[in-house]
Design a protein around this ligand. Structure first.
Ligand code: SF4
Length: 373
């Protein structure tokens, strides 16, 4: 089980932490902790963190992977828009491969002649709009609270410059709303009690929103939340803190990542986001369905830069591939190994569902690091 320990920056520390967790965990009970964020899922798979934990501590992988949670309907919308005359659609590399309806994708749309471009940032898309004024340049924006401020920035910038050919198709989503949806998901209620004993809170997202928004989960749902950094040692330390909280009957918000996360988060980033975006009444998530107030849209003051208004777009509701278990995986109700397409029909080269696309997706993380526990 300690086979992977050498990969840690400090193998000795990892071993010591594993030992401490083993000592402190009550062998008479099972601990189920969800790491919300795909970055943590990736670190857990890559460094074999689960192999270091005792059997009765289970990590449940959460929906915090931006491309994973985008429903097929929003992908269909992007494909349709990219096919329109004069439109240049810009988005992140992973997004190009996310399967849309009937296995279609932005990559395939590009092969059919659509002008789809891969960018590394919102600023790249803005730069294309400045350069190619004859094109309608649309940035397909995805992501949780970490990527929202840069999108807000380019919208404000475009407005300041009076750019007439730039808009954003906004798919920015909110972490706390998804956490709540998971705690309210039907599978969870069926167990008679919530089967998640605590959350490893996201790293980057929390640098923006702070730790305060998680207090609700500690107080209303009695779920401990420990915000953790991205290093595998951070994750293990967070697990130890969660075990302690559970053992002591506490449900609090703790911050393992105090070197980067402040309770109030980054106020400047929050103000920027509030200037440009407002809550959507409802947004469809893969796996979670329609979640109230779980996403952002562009405010009326910046309507000129809102691709949904500009091109009169409305996302269709399209079901997932029949055999793909992504929806249940994103709710923490199933594991990648439960999917019969995993590693056979579905691989990172030929993804059937969104969880196999990004390195933060649970299926891709397990496939890449060959873990089937
Ligand atoms: Fe979906 Fe592929 Fe994961 Fe199965 S292995 S749940 S088909 S992404």
């Amino acid at each position: 089980a300690l086979r992977f320990v050498e990969a840690f920056r400090d193998g000795g520390l990892a071993r010591g932490l594993a030992e401490a967790i083993r000592r402190e965990a009550d062998p008479g009970r099972v601990y189920r902790f969800m790491e919300f964020c795909g970055g943590h899922t990736h670190a857990i798979a890559r460094y074999g963190v689960e192999d270091l934990l005792p059997e009765n501590i289970r990590m449940i992988h959460g929906p915090g992977c931006p491309v994973c949670v985008l429903p097929v309907g929003r992908v269909a919308l992007a494909i349709e828009l990219a096919g329109r005359e004069g439109v240049t659609l810009c988005t992140y590399g992973d997004m190009l491969r996310v399967p849309g309806p009937d296995g279609d994708s932005l990559l395939k749309a590009r092969a059919r002649g659509a002008d789809v471009r891969m960018v590394y940032s919102a600023a790249d898309a803005l730069a294309i709009a400045r350069r190619e004024t004859a094109r309608e340049v649309v940035f397909f924006a995805i992501g949780f609270e970490t990527t929202t401020p840069p999108t807000a920035l380019v919208i404000r910038q475009a407005a300041a410059e009076g750019l007439a050919n730039f808009s954003v198709l906004c798919n920015h989503v909110l972490t706390p709303s998804a956490m709540r949806a998971i705690l309210e998901a039907p599978e969870v209620r069926e167990f008679g009690r919530v089967p998640i004993d605590g959350f490893v809170g996201p790293a980057h997202v929390s640098t923006v929103i702070g730790t305060e928004p998680y207090r609700y989960f500690a107080e209303e749902y009695r779920k401990p939340v420990v915000v953790a950094g991205f290093e595998p040692l951070d994750v293990m330390q967070a697990v130890r803190m969660l075990v302690r909280q559970v053992n002591e009957g506490r449900a609090e918000v703790e911050n393992e990542y105090a070197r980067a996360v402040r309770p109030e988060g980054n106020r400047k980033a929050q103000e920027l986001v509030a200037e440009v975006f407002e809550l959507r009444r409802s947004f469809e998530w893969r796996g979670l369905g329609l979640v109230p107030y779980s996403a952002l849209r562009i405010k009326a003051a910046y309507a000129a830069f809102d691709a949904e208004r500009r091109f009169a777009l409305e996302a269709p509701s399209v079901p997932d591939h029949r055999a793909c278990a992504c929806a249940a995986i994103l709710r923490g109700a199933r594991h990648p190994r439960d999917c019969r397409l995993f590693g056979t029909v579905c691989t990172p080269q030929t993804p059937v569902g969104s969880c196999m696309v990004s390195s933060e997706g649970a299926c891709a993380a397990y496939y890449t690091y060959g873990r089937f526990r």
